[in-house]
Design a protein around this ligand. Sequence first.
Ligand SMILES: [Zn+2]
Length: 327
Amino acid sequence: MPEPAPKPPFFAGVDLGGTKILTGIFDAGLNCLARAKVSTKPERGPEEVIARIARCVRDAVDECDLDLKQIHSIGIGAPGTIDAANGRVLFAPNLKWEDVPLKKSLEKQLGLPVSVENDANAAVLGVYETELTGKPRHVIGIFLGTGIGGGLILDGKLFSGFSGTAGEIGHMVLDVGGPKCNCGNQGCFEALASRTAIFRKLSEAVGSGKKTILTDTLGSDLKDLRSGDLRKAIRKGDKLVESIVEEAAEYTGIAVANLINLLNPQVVVLGGGVIDALGDEMMAIILETASDYGMSGAMKGVDIVASKKGDDAGIVGAAVLARRQSK
Ligand SMILES: [Zn+2]
């Protein structure tokens, strides 16, 4: 798209998730001016979801009293396999999308340039630009939520691999023959340490007669369970929840060690809803396990830290993508 007259440097960052769409409007310094949120409703199909993204962007723009004309460009972090060069979502199982031309459709709706990247790649960019002020050259981001996403910054740049699919940290197999993963394999990191995995193990344990205080408030089917409930239960001395969360933290530590042995990063940053809620409970175990499994040479001087960005990592990272279009 040819660039007409220069526009003020405001950017929209969109985090497209399976259940919600978040948009933030940012200035060139990546300060967030306003946010908006709408539900995704993927069951209505890609066209309707893209219309909802457009609405969410308009809402956020309106919220900070700007006009859409003042937005330079839009970045989107989308789940699944992304063809970033062409802005297409190739495969996103949780949206049930196959080869959706997200960039083209949204550009048509909003009349602004759009860039699309994998959501975890966007999130690691967001953390890199706003939290890691020392600007390390080699950074690994791991985001534990409903699934587990990863992003690699190598030599100061997002590493996307031969055909753009690199960074699927959640699908490293850590337990051969282990629990089934959404990708079809067994024993993936995601099937062992995501929120979904933790909740599944807890339900199985309750089903086999183990006791947790969570059933007192949520019933035996543990409906409406949230990551924050796990933290509260552990703080009240719930041994079952503690052991399941500990196990997830150990698998995370093993994943971190594998990645450190392979890539020798300066920083490994952990984020996402599970780390937000359970960072205090998990980080010490992650560090300890990583140092048990990491090769001593590779572990030396590596920082393993929790992101403080929470949900915002996705929208900030998407705004970084948008800002790159202005350079
Ligand atoms: Zn998998």
